[in-house]
Write a protein of this length. Structure first.
Length: 467
């Protein structure tokens, strides 16, 4: 709403080159709202806005812009403006931008930073891709256990004045080798006497993330412990930085987006839908589509194998789509449930046996439910003379019902177990996408259907298809 009201005014001020009034108008709004407005402007206009905004506000607005718009601004701004903004941007947000850029561009931007910020940027980019280390910020306060409350507060006044971005709500206690010992709340400090020892106020928790751990670990930890900030340490326990909840939410959103895209049977996109080039979009989708198409060729092969059965039992062909789709649907349900459960930590790989037993029962019950519906439909249609299935109509209904039980059960089991198999071999479970599971179940469903038909309808003459 704010963006809709502000946008026409900003465009007019930019057109008139009234930079004084433009600066005053934008200074009245918080950074997130300004970033939203700038999303509807051209890169050249956004470059003008960032040039005239105060340094701190310009950096804050830049942090809220999507990565593609940040990249466009880097090209529109001169080196001096880029250096001014990047030196003010939070280290973790700057790393998120730099890791998305081509190496040549990243090296150029790092060279524009001040020596202190250049070292921070290089250190963070030195951690593995998608690790906790790349999401942390060095802006935290560390204190020593031997200090008094008065010494800690004096330290806070000093570092708080030097670094505006430092997080003060939690203070981390370290030993002489900078290893993390514990942490203390700011609230506990301001309510304690100045002479009280810091050791008396500690929380008694050494919860921390490892810098080399996957970012998904941070998402699970923040959810489990219901915190807004967590310390990050190296393999020896030395405090390196902190990760805040806003960065973890960004990671969770990206991971969820990628999983949903993979569940659709395609590679994850590298950015927003409309920002991906048409050719890149086709490349992301064509590979999986071709693979699924080749998988469906197995269905055609299986139908060729049962060609004579189809000729003899032609009436059963009318129920083939029903059988196959039911198996695919049950498999898609199961794989979606398990992939999500693995992602949020509801189940682990070691619990695959419990899931197998659970799906064995659930798949059977689901299959029986559909079997009852299928059996009733065939019997009712024959009774009401909507279709003449012949004197052996009950055997046809039994064949369809039994096949539904088998296909739905198989689909549930394969859909549930495939994500565990992929996780066990260090692959992304989201690769077990619903279309892939459906393709696998299509082939096996066909085999199950005609195997049961051979067993139950052997030597029985069935009515031919009408017209």
């Amino acid at each position: 709403m704010i963006g809709a009201l502000l946008l026409p005014e900003l465009k007019e001020l930019i057109r008139q080159r009234d930079f004084v009034q433009l600066r005053e108008a934008m200074a009245e709004f918080p950074a997130p709202d300004l970033a939203e407005v700038m999303g509807d402007l051209e890169a050249a206009d956004n470059a003008i806005i960032l040039r005239i905004l105060p340094h701190e506000l310009a950096a804050a607005v830049f942090e809220y812009l999507p990565l593609p718009e940040q990249e466009q601004l880097l090209h529109a701004l001169g080196d001096a403006e880029v250096a001014r903004i990047l030196n003010e941007v939070a280290a973790d947000d700057r790393t998120a931008l730099l890791e998305e850029l081509p190496p040549k561009v990243t090296r150029r931007l790092i060279s524009l930073l001040s020596p202190e910020e250049r070292k921070i940027a290089s250190d963070l980019l030195g951690y593995p891709e998608r690790s906790v280390g790349r999401r942390m910020t060095p802006n935290y306060v560390a204190v020593e256990e031997s200090w008094s409350v008065g010494e800690v507060l004096e330290h806070l006044r000093r570092v708080g004045g030097e670094h505006e971005r430092i997080t003060l709500n939690q203070l981390y206690v370290i030993d002489r080798d900078r290893r993390l010992v514990d942490w203390v709340r700011l609230q506990a400090l301001v309510t304690a006497s100045l002479s009280q020892r810091l050791a008396d106020l500690l929380e008694g928790s050494n919860l921390a993330l490892k810098a080399t751990e996957p970012q998904e670990t941070a998402v699970v930890a923040f959810k489990k412990y219901d915190v807004t900030i967590l310390p990050v340490v190296d393999a020896t326990g030395v405090l390196l930085g902190v990760v805040t909840v806003d960065d973890v939410l960004d990671v969770a959103e990206r991971e969820n987006t990628e999983d949903i895209q993979k569940l659709g049977g395609m590679e994850a996109l590298d950015g927003p839908y409309l920002d991906i080039g048409l050719l890149a979009m086709v490349q992301k989708r064509a590979g999986w589509l071709a693979l699924l198409f080749m998988g469906e060729m197995l269905t055609a092969t299986a139908m060729g194998y049962f060609e004579k059965d189809i000729e003899k039992l032609a009436v059963l062909a009318t129920f083939l789509p029903l059988i196959i789709s039911s198996g695919g649907n049950s498999g898609s349900q199961a794989t979606s449930l398990i992939i999500r459960s693995l992602a949020v930590g509801d189940v682990t790989v070691s619990e695959w046996w419990r899931v197998l037993k659970r799906e064995l029962v659930a798949g059977t019950l689901l299959g029986v439910t559909l079997a009852v519906i299928g059996f009733s439909r065939i019997s009712l249609w024959h009774l009401l003379e909507f279709h003449d299935y012949g004197k052996h109509h009950w055997l046809i209904a039994l064949t369809v019902g039994a096949s539904l039980v088998g296909v739905v059960l198989f689909g549930s089991l394969i859909g549930a177990m495939l994500p565990f198999l992929l996780r066990a071999v260090k692959k992304d479970p989201a690769v077990a996408s619903a279309p892939l599971v459906a393709t696998l179940v299509d082939v096996t469903g066909l085999i199950i259907y005609f195997f049961i038909a051979r067993l139950l309808l052997h030597g029985i003459e069935l009515p031919k298809l009408e017209g």
